[in-house]
Design a protein around this ligand. Structure first.
Ligand SMILES: *[C@@H]1O[C@H](CO)[C@@H](O)[C@H](O)[C@H]1NC(C)=O
Ligand SMILES: [Ca+2]
Length: 535
């Protein structure tokens, strides 16, 4: 038969396991002769020879003796002499909670991508607890948190380990780092525990598009800004990190005009002008800008650029027709020219008014918006002023105003409005008798300020006091030169004097003419002075 004892492990040296003498039925008086002793491989126990108590020889660590085995029994023999007896003894070592669960590493670092799906498990190294049974590791606990939980798993060969389970999506932009404490607890009373720090770095994935601070920007630009003028800098931000947040900017879905006039720095987002603006070509532009990260995540904004008109266009005067030359007898209010004005600016900058410079007797009459008639406001006289340079000024109402002018040269054409005028009121001519036939005896002249045939004079003799038939045999006049010729020799005795009427006639249509009288006295050749004197 076997004597069985049960003791907790780790008892102090010489603690009493049990009384062998009593349990073996030996009397205390016989003990000195029976000489009880332990027969065992290891000296876990000793016997008190006086009392017969079985004592703990040295502190016994159950885990050292039996490891993880649930039952730990030390079996040995007790030997008694006189007579020699051998008794079998079994001491059951009860576990005490002398070991806390222990993690191999006090810190565990994990990198988990923010795109990781919930449910994903991350196996961890188990904590070790050398105790057995309920004193061994029972459960893992994790710091209370919304992203992870811990469960216990078992390998096919029965080794248990904790597993971290992701409960919901991580968001690096919200929390890029999580620090958790994993606690392993045994079932002792009181329980013992061990901890390890779990440090989780959330790694970025490109899950955020660049974002503009505003969807729409408004800018007002003077049209006279020079090329290179900075219009606006758009910036988008990207909550991702590293290359995932490297943004490039580009125009998106814009007119050719926009590309021609504006420049967008793809790195900085700065928009500058690269050409001159012209309000008259375009009053506004819409610039759509796209910000994109390397993952092609993009967002858009729109910039409304309004161009402010500057007074940069000079008003133009356009002469559509000129009625020149203008007859000098044109009545007041005769239309000389038709004029149109034009100014590409808007508002007051393009509001044009027109007037005639100086006061030359011409006025502008507005016929309809931007159309004018230039009309005469004076009588004309080609002989006095044959040509006018009429200056027409057009000015806008900008501040300051711009103006331009145009000169219309107006030629006045002749009308036959002047009759020839003889240079003398009348002519008195003395001719000595017996003159050779064909002698020039006088010259008349008249002038006419009209032009061309209107001023071209022909002379003729239109009347005389001679016999009508005799006239042409006495005198003639050269129609061009006005020279009067004697056609025959005059005889003082017969012909003392005669009277002629000469006419100067122009070639106008109708013609104008003037008459002058000429008295011709025929003198005595020998002594005509004397004779005449006494006559
Ligand atoms: C008109 O202008 C023309 C050209 O400048 C000039 O030759 C001419 O003499 C001017 N005429 C008058 C009447 O001023
Ligand atoms: Ca333990």
């Amino acid at each position: 038969d076997q004597i069985r004892y049960s003791i907790p492990e780790e008892l102090a040296k010489n603690s009493i396991v049990g009384n062998l003498a009593r349990d073996l039925g030996l009397s205390v008086q016989n003990l000195p002769t029976r000489k009880l002793r332990v027969s065992a491989e290891k000296d876990y126990f000793t016997v008190n020879p006086e009392s017969g108590d079985l004592l703990v020889g040295d502190r016994i660590d159950r885990e050292q003796v039996c490891g993880k085995q649930p039952q730990c029994v030390l079996e040995f023999d007790i030997v008694a002499e006189k007579p020699l007896n051998i008794f079998h003894v079994a001491v059951i070592l009860q576990d005490v909670n002398d070991n806390a669960p222990l993690f191999k590493q006090s810190e565990v670092d994990l990198n988990i991508g923010e795109s990781t799906r919930p449910g994903k498990a991350f196996p961890l190294d188990p904590a070790l607890d050398l105790d057995a049974g309920s004193n061994s590791l029972q459960k893992y606990y994790l710091t209370d948190n919304e992203y992870f939980e811990v469960t216990e798993k078992e390998t096919p060969d029965g080794r248990k380990y904790p597993e971290l389970i992701l409960k919901r999506f991580l968001d690096r932009e919200e929390h890029n780092f999580h620090q958790l404490v994993l606690t392993a607890v045994d079932g002792g009373d009181p329980p013992r525990s061990g901890t390890t720090q779990i440090r989780i770095q959330v790694t970025d994935i490109n899950d955020n598009p660049p974002m503009f601070s505003q969807d729409v920007f408004s800018v007002t630009l003077r049209e006279d800004v020079p090329p290179g003028f900075s219009v606006l800098q758009v910036t988008a931000t990207d909550q991702d990190e590293g290359v995932n947040a490297e943004i490039t900017y580009a125009f998106h879905n814009v007119d050719e005009q926009v590309e021609r006039i504006f420049n967008l720095d793809k790195r900085t987002g700065e928009i500058t002008t690269k050409d001159n603006l012209d309000f008259e070509t375009a009053k506004s532009y819409t610039l759509n800008v796209e910000a994109k990260d390397p993952g092609d995540l993009a967002s858009h904004c729109s910039i409304q650029v309004k161009i402010l008109d500057e007074n940069d266009c000079v008003p133009e005067v356009i002469v559509t027709s000129v009625f020149t030359p203008l007859p000098e007898d044109s009545p007041l209010g005769t239309v000389i020219a038709l004029i149109k004005t034009r100014d590409r600016d808007s508002g007051e900058n393009g509001d044009v008014y027109c007037h005639v410079l100086g006061n030359e007797g011409f006025v502008l009459k507005s016929s309809s918006k931007n159309y004018y008639k230039l009309v005469t406001d004076r009588t004309l006289d080609r002989e006095a002023i044959p040509e006018y340079n009429v200056t027409i000024v057009a000015a806008d109402r900008g501040k300051p105003p711009l103006s331009s002018n145009v000169i219309i040269t107006l030629h006045i054409s002749d009308v036959n409005d002047n009759a020839p005028v003889f240079h003398q009121a009348s002519y008195l001519v003395h001719v000595a008798e017996n003159n050779p036939p064909g002698t020039s005896i006088a010259q008349v002249s008249a002038s006419d300020p009209d032009l061309g045939s209107n001023g071209l004079i022909s002379y003729s003799i239109i009347a005389s006091d001679l016999e009508p038939r005799a006239l042409s045999s006495f005198v003639s006049v050269n129609q061009d030169s006005g020279v009067v010729f004697a056609q025959r020799a005059f005889d003082h005795e017969q012909l003392r004097s005669f009277q002629l009427t000469l006419q100067a006639r122009d070639h106008g249509s109708p013609t104008l003419s003037a008459n002058v009288s000429m008295r011709v006295l025929v003198g005595d050749r020998n002594d005509h002075h004397h004779h005449h004197h006494h006559h």
